[in-house]
Design a protein around this ligand. Structure first.
Ligand SMILES: *Cc1c(COP(=O)(O)O)cnc(C)c1O
Length: 485
């Protein structure tokens, strides 16, 4: 194996543009003026905004240098658990940039938007097929927005049956957005503990499920990277008391083409197109959190809905039981184009293979590292595996130190200290797009960090030592943030 892990090289310091400019410098040249300046120009002189005066090369270098301080999936492995930071094919960006799509205006009438409407309609059908659900809305802008939509749907469902329920069951391994979404919708979340296998048992749900409980929110595979094996029994218990099952599908990358979510008892679930279906994320750009439902919830889906009549597509608001609108328009269209392009280009077999490889890669990492890092749940995992810093306790090395040191080896750290049920958690999700060579380099890096912990713990406490920004004082950063320049 060739050694090219780690970082070194030419990273520039860069001031603010205002500190860099020089009065009178310009990014373009104009022919010398041969007319008398008009009074309008004179009136404006000196009143314009305080923009720095810069040449084109100043601007290009400024942004290029800033971009080099950053780390993205295009620069290296980004095994951030639960986030599915996989490489997203550039061809999908090209499709999204096609002028007919990129230039489409959301206020254009349906006659002039047939292509865009067809794409949205088809995407809904593809997502229904992939999840095994009946109907889909692609309006929500992110996973958390999808969760809120799902909670509103569950609320509307109970209301339509004349009942008012106040609680939602949420497992202790859940992402923080789950209880937050439940409470934003006015529900009280009731925690349920996972068992020694890292999953929820049917008995634990049976013990708390009652007729004031609107449903359960369950992530499958869960945030420990484990499949909730009792999901069918759990769904039966919840349904028998009149509740509904919400599935958090953020981890769909593990089970595409393998698990039909509709058949394991989910009534409603969200997907994260920016995780599983080819939109680069992590920098805060637009996302999409479609919500897929069973027939019983379809009447409540947000409007407008995309309708197909003959060969024509149109938007319809004629759904009297709908929970209403969730977006100014219909969702983040650019993300939908990428997802559609990704699904069509991968096909059924391609998506299934992607999930199989994502699971294989995570298990490979788990098996190769379990002697070096403590593995709290030693069983086959799905697309991610969770370790902890328990073996390093004697050396006083923590998960944070290990994560920081990984940057010196040229890797983005994994998700740390989540899920909360594992003390000092390190949650690693390699995804299907990393090669075996890169995964081997990652394993080797972690093994050498573990060896360093025994020899030079000072080094680990100082890490990272190579990147532009070194170890930050996180307490000061949170307590005394410097928000300007
Ligand atoms: C990412 C994630 C969410 C939230 O999704 P966003 O798109 O970030 O709002 C919810 N649940 C789980 C398990 C996740 O990993």
């Amino acid at each position: 194996m060739k050694e090219f892990q780690g970082t070194s090289g030419l990273i520039f310091n860069e001031p603010l543009l205002w500190e860099k400019g020089k009065k009178g410098r310009r990014g373009f040249s104009m022919p010398r003026r041969d007319v008398v300046p008009s009074p309008v120009d004179e009136g404006l002189a000196g009143d314009g905004p305080d923009f720095p005066d810069l040449s084109e090369v100043d601007v290009v270098r400024h942004y290029t240098r800033l971009s080099q301080w950053n780390f993205g999936v295009d620069s290296g492995m980004y095994p951030l658990g639960s986030c599915t930071m996989k490489y997203t094919p550039k061809v999908n960006e090209r499709e999204a940039a096609l002028p007919g799509f990129a230039g489409a205006h959301p206020l254009l009438p349906p006659e002039l938007s047939q292509g865009a409407l067809e794409l949205m309609y088809r995407l809904e059908r593809y997502l229904a097929e992939i999840t095994g659900m009946d109907a889909v809305t692609i309006q929500p802008a992110a996973g958390a927005h999808g969760e809120l939509t799902g909670m509103l749907l569950i609320h509307a469902y109970h209301k339509s049956r004349g009942s008012h329920r106040s609680k939602i069951i949420v497992p202790d391994t859940a992402h923080g957005t789950n209880p937050a979404s439940a409470s934003l919708c006015g529900f009280n979340s009731v925690p349920v503990q996972s068992n020694e296998k890292g999953i929820i048992s049917a008995e634990a749900v049976a013990a708390i499920m009652d007729e004031d409980t609107a449903g359960i929110m369950i992530t499958n595979p869960n945030t420990l990277g484990l499949f909730e094996e009792n999901i069918r029994e759990i769904a039966e218990i919840v349904h028998s008391k009149g509740g509904l099952v919400y599935g958090d599908g953020a981890n769909m990358n593990a089970v595409m083409g393998i698990v039909q979510m509709g058949k394991i008892g989910f009534d409603v679930m969200h997907l994260n197109l920016h995780k599983t279906f080819s939109t680069p994320h992590g920098g805060g750009g637009p996302g999409s959190g479609p919500v897929c439902v069973k027939n019983i919830l379809e009447p409540f889906l947000p409007v407008p809905r995309i309708i197909k009549e003959g060969d024509e597509y149109r938007l319809s608001g004629e759904f009297p039981e709908s929970i209403g609108k969730l977006q100014a328009f219909y969702g983040n269209f650019g993300v939908m184009i990428k997802a559609c392009s990704y699904i069509i280009s991968m096909g059924y077999e391609g998506l299934k293979r992607a999930s199989q490889l994502a699971v294989l890669n995570a298990n490979y990492i788990k098996e190769n590292l379990k002697d070096s890092l403590y593995l709290p749940y030693n069983r086959p995992c799905m697309h991610e595996c969770v370790f902890s810093d328990k073996f390093q306790e004697g050396e006083k090395i923590t998960t944070l130190d290990i994560a920081k040191r990984l940057m010196d080896y040229g890797f983005h750290p994994p998700t740390i200290y989540f899920p909360l049920v594992v003390h000092g958690a390190m949650m690693i999700e390699p995804t299907e797009t990393e090669s075996k060579e890169d995964i081997d380099r990652f394993i080797k890096a972690l093994k050498s960090i573990v060896a360093e912990a025994g020899k030079d713990s000072d080094l680990l406490k100082r890490a990272p030592t190579l990147p532009k920004v070194r170890r930050l004082d996180e307490t000061a950063a949170a307590r005394k943030p410097r928000l300007a320049g």
